[in-house]
Design a binder for this molecule. Structure first.
Ligand code: A3P
Ligand code: MG
Ligand code: MG
Length: 381
């Protein structure tokens, strides 16, 4: 049987065992024209408060405040005494997105064309933006593998990450220094974000990583209709700011660049992750803070997502946006051919390790099931 009747190129599926059992991640296979990626449209948003409670509104949005040209930001400030860290041992899976979908079900369904063959929700894939970011960067990832659980329910494919053994070990073995450095990114956000249109940032306040504002966007990658959500750091509050998601700004920190080698590594590794994360939801710019080893910000810079491909052009053996997007697209097609049974009780677990193909295993009524009963019932089963 033909794997992908819509494409003339040979499919990047390994034919080793029986057909369709594995997907190659070799970069060369994905050096093709950039696939169609529709401009993402924000269809809603939600907030998680200081206790990680869900709200179907934008109450947690923050407003970007331009940093001074010589910022005096100490990212270590408050780590010991003004930091509330989210409990990341609690695995939330897709729950917040599912809650949002239930709360906005009628709005979503009214967008569905009358065509009877289309999925009930009118989208092919529901997932977190962060999971898609991992897919985009897979052809270039040499260190960390991933596990993605997939369930087909009422014609829509749900993708939810499962923590790998290696990632669990890494989390357990984080050094004190590494743990502190993970705080620095959030502290940088606090220096640049105000709570409302007129306020100033409050660097004396508490950093609480339970709090989040998430956008929900809809878009299309080739023939895959996607609905995904991602956390947004802040928005432009100028009078001429465009509509979401174009008004959103991603904040990032990175080590100060002192040598050509450091610049090259920044382009080749860090900009890949930064590009993938913001390109997906259509966030047009990043404000980056460069810090010294003591956590002092030595400068800030605005990076436009549309300029990143130009910034990296002169790097030898560099990553290519088209490879990222084509791989993601082929992965979704691969999952579509594999996952045929429409049931919240069935999980196909897709697994990838660097230098390997993507493979999968099938699990029925297992602990991998991730669509909760309240969602299945809420969707009217
Ligand atoms: P930086 O991005 O400045 O490193 P995000 O940038 O996605 O908004 O995330 C905010 C901060 O959360 C990051 O700031 C970093 O401090 C922390 N963070 C996010 N993802 C992380 C990860 N996978 N591992 C460690 N820290 C992470
Ligand atoms: Mg963020
Ligand atoms: Mg950020």
């Amino acid at each position: 049987p033909s794997h992908s009747p819509h494409r003339a190129d040979p499919a990047p599926l390994s034919s080793s065992a029986s057909s369709c059992r594995a997907l190659s991640t070799r970069r060369q296979l994905y050096e093709k024209p950039f696939p169609v990626y529709k401009q993402p449209v924000e269809v809603g948003s939600f907030s998680l408060d200081s206790e990680r409670r869900f709200f179907n509104d934008a109450r947690q949005i923050r407003y970007f405040v331009e940093p001074p040209s010589r910022p005096d930001f100490n990212l270590r400030d408050g780590y010991k005494d003004r930091f509330v860290k989210r409990d990341d041992s609690i695995k939330e899976k897709l729950d917040h997105i599912l809650r949002w979908i239930l709360a906005n079900k009628s709005k979503l369904e009214s967008r569905v064309a009358a065509a009877s063959s289309s999925p009930a929700l009118g989208v092919d894939v529901v997932t977190w933006r962060g999971h898609l970011t991992k897919l985009l960067t897979t052809p270039y990832e040499t260190r960390e593998g991933w596990l993605l659980a997939a369930t087909l329910f009422r014609g829509t494919l749900y993708l939810s990450e499962v923590e790998t053994e290696a990632s669990r070990r890494d989390t357990e073995n984080r050094t004190e220094r590494h743990q502190e450095m993970m705080y620095w990114g959030y502290k940088f956000e606090q220096y640049l974000c105000a709570e409302d249109m007129k306020a100033s940032p409050d660097p004396g306040g508490v950093v609480n990583t339970n709090e989040a504002f998430c956008t929900v966007v809809q878009t299309k990658l080739a023939d895959h209709k996607l609905l995904f959500s991602g956390e947004v750091d802040c928005r432009d509050r100028g009078p001429k700011s465009p509509a979401a998601p174009a008004c959103y700004i991603e904040l990032k920190t990175s080590a100060e660049i002192c040598t050509p080698k450091q610049r090259s590594n920044f382009h080749r590794f860090k900009l890949l992750k930064w590009w993938a994360q913001s390109f997906l939801p259509g966030v047009p710019r990043i404000v980056a803070g460069f810090r010294d080893p003591d956590g002092l910000v030595v400068g800030t810079e605005t990076i436009h997502i549309s300029q990143i491909s130009h910034l990296i052009k002169n790097e030898y053996n560099c990553w290519k946006p088209t490879v990222c997007m084509n791989f993601c697209c082929e992965f979704l097609s691969f999952v579509r051919t594999v996952v045929r049974e429409d049931s919240p009780r069935v999980v196909h677990l897709f697994s990838w390790d660097p230098h390997q193909d993507v493979t999968y295993t099938v699990h029925r009524d297992s602990s991998y099931c991730f669509l909760p009963p309240w969602y299945v019932e809420g969707m009217g089963s």
